[in-house]
Design a protein around this ligand. Structure first.
Ligand code: MIC
Ligand code: SF4
Length: 643
């Protein structure tokens, strides 16, 4: 039997386990990336592991999330990350050089290689034929130290593309269509592989838009073949030598096939407050809008920006609309400046932001109260924009730009202008904002620069014999890591300060959550299905750990968050009978006897509700390696113990 592209990538990096879906496999990791909001923790963890230099082929530390510098905190974090990179053998991408995923695609991504990144949108690299996966910071730290990265062997879904996109219909509409079909839970435990004749009509940046937002499906990753189009992109980036051809075998078998005819697609939008709440722009109608934001790792490539500038050229942004544009990288911004497109944007009334995540993570540009904001981003979770009652619609750059002029949501296919853009033959290459590390024999002379905002991460203890803790919170389905540990301009500067962050934990669900945890001493969280979807931030596990959370019991978990909980030493339980969810109330005292023995030997687990006298059966669906991690009280203890 032939292999799918995903299976080929896994097979060539398999260190342990067998390629049987649902079982744990260990992968060799060629490249890693971090961004600053998760990177400070990752480097503190790397330091704690005591490995002097990274052992990967390439590791890059990006700064793109916290670039506002409203106080000393961001700048201190940047300096800390820069010093770690210099000492430990990583490349450092300075603030202003761009969003990690965009820059990595342009300058470092290589077909056939594995990449893990401490950011959930790392699968962007799948657009260039990489096996690129989002992970928690600690998993990235371990991979930098040469350790394997463990995942559950996924099933492979083929999205078979045919036809060709019509003018003003975009790669964003393709992934919104997939989200409409599969939902935010539909990708869990799966790799989404793109194939079919339609693939040949999509450029690398378009493919990367699609794999980027595959994160919103909950998928392990998404991947496109590496073909002549990939080669052309790499040639234009001066990296033709990095190209290899990578195609699935013609006899490959897929677990599921979804057919999408690109010619039949129309402009779509994800309505508030979930990326899978998708309707066509036409159906939603001409709603009045207050703001348009163009950028983010989903839609900030040179070609996206050129389409936007062509739409804006010679026009005026509607007086009731604020249009902000953040080109994805220094390369993109520089090329727009050189060819005059930037001037077309500015003349139309666009507000140009630096090349960074910016409004996507709530770092500025929060909409007005009850505002309607169209964004080319990938997430529209409630409150993420910084305005709790704003309505965020996720759209393509074409829809965003046309609507910014009209003042209302507008189907861009109603335009007659020609805005076709082709890939440049040569990108403008300037790696001046990427700093190399010192050679290994000079590393001792580099001092790591800690600032006062950088606090050590919470310590953990070995799993005790018995668990007894209070149900401190009960939440419903699809809770995101933005609910657990919000981001935004006021909180993000404290990503390396767990004690401070703890005040904001679950604030959207229970304003006094931190207080309740302190009163309880030891706590358990009760959740619905797909608990922990969204961002890879391990703070969503480390902060609950700091607040005394010992276990989270849900109907089901999202992949990265579940791994982060285990890494933090918090037990992820699921209900054997989901109906038991309804039987537990906040305040109930819960207990599991002989929990150590049960976790160690994978024995059935009974949860006793000491408050109402009931008993429930729980599952702990983790690998034997993860059981050992839980017994040791987290991955850091486990790694140290074995070093
Ligand atoms: C996000 O889009 O939510 C982030 C910010 O990029 C996160 C990482 C983080 O929380 O720092 C992600 O997606 O992993
Ligand atoms: Fe940055 Fe937004 Fe992309 Fe996250 S989703 S990496 S915040 S641009």
């Amino acid at each position: 039997m032939g292999y799918t592209l995903s299976q080929k990538l896994i097979k060539s990096h398999l260190l342990s386990g067998e390629m049987v879906p649902g079982t744990e496999i260990g992968l060799k990791i060629d490249q890693t990336l971090t961004q600053d909001a998760t990177g400070t923790m990752a480097y503190l963890e790397f330091e704690a592991m005591g490995v002097p230099r990274v052992k990967t082929e390439l590791s890059v530390a990006y700064v793109d999330h916290n670039t506002l510098q409203t106080g000393f905190e961001n700048a201190d974090d940047h300096r800390f990350i820069a010093s770690c990179a210099k000492k430990h053998g990583l490349k450092y991408s300075r603030p202003g050089n761009g969003i990690c995923h965009q820059v990595h695609l342009e300058r470092f991504g290589k077909p056939g290689k594995t990449l893990i990144g401490s950011d959930s949108h790392t699968p962007t690299g799948g657009g260039i034929g990489m096996l690129a996966i989002g992970a928690g910071g600690l998993d990235v730290a371990v991979a930098m130290g040469g350790g394997a990265y463990y995942i559950t062997m996924p099933e492979v879904v083929l999205v078979r593309l045919s036809g060709k996109l019509s003018p003003f219909v975009s790669a964003k509409d393709v992934i919104l269509k997939v989200l409409q079909i599969l939902s935010v839970k539909g990708g869990v435990g799966k790799i989404i592989e793109y194939g079919g004749e339609g693939v040949k009509t999509l450029s690398v940046p378009e493919r990367a838009t699609i794999t980027n937002m595959g994160a919103e499906l909950g998928a392990t990753t998404s991947v496109f073949p590496s073909d002549e189009i990939t080669k052309e992109f790499l040639r234009a980036q001066g990296r033709e030598n990095d190209w290899i051809e990578l195609l699935p075998d013609s006899s490959a078998k897929y677990d599921k096939v979804i057919d999408i005819n690109l010619s039949m697609l129309e402009p779509l939008a994800a309505m508030p407050h979930m990326p899978d709440n998708v309707k066509s722009v036409r159906e939603i109608g001409n709603i009045k809008i207050d703001q348009v934001c163009i950028g983010s790792c989903t839609n900030s490539s040179f070609t996206d920006m050129m389409k936007v500038s062509k739409i804006l050229k010679g026009k005026k942004v509607h007086p009731d609309v604020s249009l902000v544009i953040a080109p994805g990288s220094m390369q993109v911004l520089n090329m727009l400046a050189l060819n005059g497109a930037l001037s077309d944007m500015i003349s139309a009334g666009a507000r140009i932001l630096e090349s960074a995540c910016g409004p996507c993570i709530g770092m500025g540009q929060s909409p007005n109260s009850k505002g309607v904001s169209l964004r080319t981003f990938n997430r529209n979770f409630e409150g993420r924009s910084g305005t709790a009652d704003a309505g965020i619609y996720l759209v393509s750059p074409e829809t965003a730009a046309v609507s910014a002029i009209a003042g209302v949501l507008t189907d861009p296919t109603t335009c007659s202008d020609d805005v076709s853009v082709s890939l440049p033959e040569k990108f403008v290459i300037n790696d001046g904002m990427i700093i190399d590390p010192v050679p290994a024999d000079e590393a001792d002379s580099v001092e790591i620069k800690y600032g006062p905002n950088i606090k050590p991460f919470p310590t953990t203890e070995k799993l005790p014999e018995k668990l007894e803790a209070k149900a401190v919170l009960k939440v419903g389905d699809n809770i995101t890591t933005d609910h657990i540990m919000p981001a935004g301009a006021k909180i993000l500067p404290y990503r390396s300060n767990i004690p401070y962050l703890s005040k904001f934990c679950f604030r959207q669900c229970d304003e006094d959550f931190a207080e309740h945890c302190k009163e309880a001493g030891k706590g358990v969280i009760i959740g619905g299905s797909n608990y922990g979807q969204g961002s890879s931030r391990e703070h969503a596990a480390l902060v609950p750990l700091y607040l005394g959370i010992k276990a989270v019991i849900t109907k089901s978990f999202a992949r990265i968050h579940c791994a982060n909980l285990v890494n933090a030493g918090i037990i992820p339980f699921t209900f054997k009978d989901p109906a038991d969810f309804d039987k537990i109330s906040v305040g109930d005292m819960l207990a599991v006897d002989s929990i150590r023995e049960k976790i160690e030997n994978d024995l059935p687990i009974t949860l006793k509700n000491l408050t109402n006298g009931e008993e429930y059966q729980l599952c702990c669906d983790i690998s034997s390696r993860q059981r050992d991690i839980i017994l040791e009280g987290g991955l850091l203890n486990y790694t140290r113990e074995r070093a």
